[in-house]
Write a protein that binds this ligand. Structure first.
Ligand SMILES: [Zn+2]
Length: 132
């Protein structure tokens, strides 16, 4: 369940797993950059916690606050693209949603649809090295 604590304009992520369960996350910002957590990774961590490491992402929505409609929404960072790839499939859908919170309502002026394969075409695949 999404908790906004009075309405914080931040990046939220919502995903549906292949089991049909919905998991959400919110960006946790910090004064130390490496301590911050992206909303996408938060939602993925919730999926793993509530389902398992075998859970797969069917679709993920990345909702970003904007002051006015932007020509293009904010796509996931490199770390999140990798995790969506790793915890999804090449056809996993990534929906980029812009939102504007107004006094008594929310406005969603633009929605873009990608697959993770399109956003992360050359996925990192670790190679196991044999040491002599
Ligand atoms: Zn990220």
């Amino acid at each position: 369940m999404l908790v906004t604590n009075g309405g914080i304009d931040t990046l939220y992520a919502f995903l549906i797993s292949e089991l049909g369960q919905i998991h959400d996350g919110a960006c946790l910002e910090s004064d130390i950059g490496v301590a911050a957590i992206c909303g996408e990774r938060h939602a993925i961590a919730n999926m793993v916690l509530e389902e398992s490491y075998k859970a797969k992402i069917k679709s993920i929505v990345v909702a970003t606050p904007v002051p006015e409609v932007q020509a293009q929404g904010s796509t996931p960072c490199g770390n999140c693209r990798h995790l969506i790839w790793e915890r999804g499939r090449p056809g996993t859908t990534v929906l980029i949603l812009q939102y504007i919170r107004q006094k008594n309502r929310w406005v969603f002026p633009r929605l873009e649809k990608y697959t993770i394969k399109k956003l992360y075409p050359n996925a990192y695949v670790p190679v196991e090295w044999e040491l002599d």
